[in-house]
Design a binder for this molecule. Sequence first.
Ligand SMILES: O=C1C[C@@](O)(C(=O)O)C[C@@H](O)[C@@H]1O
Length: 139
Amino acid sequence: MKIQIINGPNLNLLGIREPGVYGNRSFEEYFKELQDRYKDIELTYFQSNVEGELINKLHEVGFSFDGIILNGGGYTHTSVAIADAISGINTPVVEVHVSNIYAREEFRHVSLTGKNCKGVLTGFGLDGYRLAIESLLAG
Ligand SMILES: O=C1C[C@@](O)(C(=O)O)C[C@@H](O)[C@@H]1O
């Protein structure tokens, strides 16, 4: 089983950025924990601050991997192009947000990408990525 995690803009700053909202663990550290926990899954991680690079990665893995976990960061609320990329690939995508986007500013309440995903997990902190893996394993 192959699962690709894709993190969008500013998520390279997890652990440093607004710790009151996003916590104080880096994604790299958390990712190692996920790899240890799911030794039978080929888990890979990609982060970019560039919209087109996120789309290229979706295209690259979206016809061969078993699942994609996507946190599009701020592009979640704005990107028709990422939403179209999710619709255009075969691999199911689970959208994850560390914070609860519905408990924050109104502009974060809309996810353009979420409606093209298998499901959306929001507000569970980094544990949302583990829950997303569980949902992909469940099929
Ligand atoms: O960059 C982010 C992170 C986020 O996707 C989250 O993980 O909670 C929520 C977005 O609104 C925000 O722009």
